[in-house]
Design a protein. Structure first.
Length: 118
């Protein structure tokens, strides 16, 4: 099992930027896919971005493409989500997740709140 701790959320004005971090510990050698999800009040959790931890390739939801960028620092076992040009509709709790099978995430962070004011 992988333990994840996400952080970096906060309050920002529309058009601003934030960078989220997700530190992984435990059996990180088994981690293959890592991703970011978000859940806004009254809405279901939705996919934001994902990457292949040990290889190449990132994917993004249409709503964040070209504004959000996912990356990782293998030496620090940390994944990042750089969020630019934030919009009020980006307001949500953001969660990082990890899993060995594409699309199946079985480890989750505790979530970090992102609030974008208009």
């Amino acid at each position: 099992q992988v333990q994840l701790v996400d952080s970096g959320g906060g309050l920002v004005q529309a058009g601003g930027s934030l960078k989220l971090s997700c530190v992984a510990s435990g059996r990180t050698f088994s981690t293959y896919f890592m991703g970011w999800f978000r859940q806004a009040p009254g809405k279901e959790r939705e996919f934001v971005a994902a990457l292949v931890w040990s290889g190449h390739g990132e994917s993004y939801s249409d709503s964040v493409k070209d504004r959000f960028f996912v990356s990782r620092d293998k030496a620090k076992n940390t994944m990042y989500l750089q969020m630019n040009n934030l919009k009020p509709e980006d307001t949500a709790v953001y969660y990082c997740a990890a899993g060995r099978i594409k699309g199946v995430y079985d480890s989750w962070g505790q979530g970090t709140q992102v609030t974008v004011s208009s």
